[in-house]
Design a protein around this ligand. Sequence first.
Ligand code: HEM
Ligand SMILES: *[C@@H]1O[C@H](CO)[C@@H](O)[C@H](O)[C@H]1NC(C)=O
Ligand SMILES: *[C@@H]1O[C@H](CO)[C@@H](O)[C@H](O)[C@H]1NC(C)=O
Length: 318
Amino acid sequence: MGAMGGVVVLCSVVIFSLSSLCHGLSLNYYDKTCPQAEAIITNVVNKAVKADKKVPAALLRMHFHDCFIRGCDGSVLLNSVGQNTAEKDGPPNISLHAYYVIDSAKKQVEKVCPGVVSCADVLALAARDVVVQAGGPYWQVSKGRLDGRISRASETRQLPSPAFNFSQLLQSFSQRGLSGADLVALSGGHTLGFSHCSSFQNRIHNFDATHDVDPTLNPSFAESLKNICPAVNKAKNAGSNMDTSPATFDNTYYKLLIQRKSLFSSDQALLSTSETKSLVYKFASSHKAFTDAFAKSMIKMSSLTGGQEVRLKCSEAN
Ligand code: HEM
Ligand SMILES: *[C@@H]1O[C@H](CO)[C@@H](O)[C@H](O)[C@H]1NC(C)=O
Ligand SMILES: *[C@@H]1O[C@H](CO)[C@@H](O)[C@H](O)[C@H]1NC(C)=O
């Protein structure tokens, strides 16, 4: 039997045993095989958020990184092994943390339905749950993602950089089937969390040949960032909150963006086309317009799949 035959057999087994579409995601994917999965995950996530208000930002960003590299396949969760350095240990890992929440949710689910629920699904559900916990929208998460076996630090280069301009951002998103509107809505994830100086340092020191500071930055805001992040001798973990309410999922990010008080060039870039600029203004003036659009775009981003197995432990391929 050739490779195609193998795929057909695998697909019909999936259809037979789970009555879901081959490789497709569905809302009722675990209804027969692990109906408790979502409640178990939500419970673990909510407890973790109560203990540490940084968990929502961490898990939301983790899901974004997961989906942008090899699809949402849990590759971000794998540990380095032997000669292979995993995504986790790659350069833009600086703000990725709280892996323990996903590992612990998966462990709890394994006790009830061993080998059924993928780590990629656990992370997609957790990303929804943390947004809800932070005061953001609820959306139904389709399930049925599979976990990948490969995670390479070098592939974190595929993530968009905070120094990207609009065309670079749009290219990065459209390569993944996401639109300019998705880019504006999903950038609203920057309503949560914290950034280290290194991610915006280029904008506040030696910006270009004629400007020390990025001229698109609000001058007093730039001044305050320079105080936190001096060119030399800055504190090891220095940085800035993403917005003025970093533990609350709200539309403050867009309000500050209009005032040119956002951290990254990639945020500022959303004002550089008329289509995306009008969305920024819309989201700044309507919390509901933002949260509706965010939920819709999260569903789209979450549906980028990859992977081929249900991992037993999120940090290790089977
Ligand atoms: C549009 C392209 C994006 C770029 C260039 C970007 C870049 C960054 C950078 C540089 C940081 C700070 C890392 C650090 O210095 O610690 C960050 C943080 C963060 N990003 Fe993004 N990001 C993007 C899109 C997204 C998306 C789509 C989401 C989720 C929907 C997201 C959610 C977050 C969150 C929640 C944090 C804070 C993490 C924490 O406090 O633990 N970002 N992002
Ligand atoms: C992040 O990646 C660097 C290599 O770029 C590595 O030295 C460091 O240990 C990683 N940090 C974490 C928390 O994994
Ligand atoms: C965006 O950046 C790329 C790469 O540096 C550059 O080639 C392009 O001209 C820039 N686009 C705009 C509109 O500035």
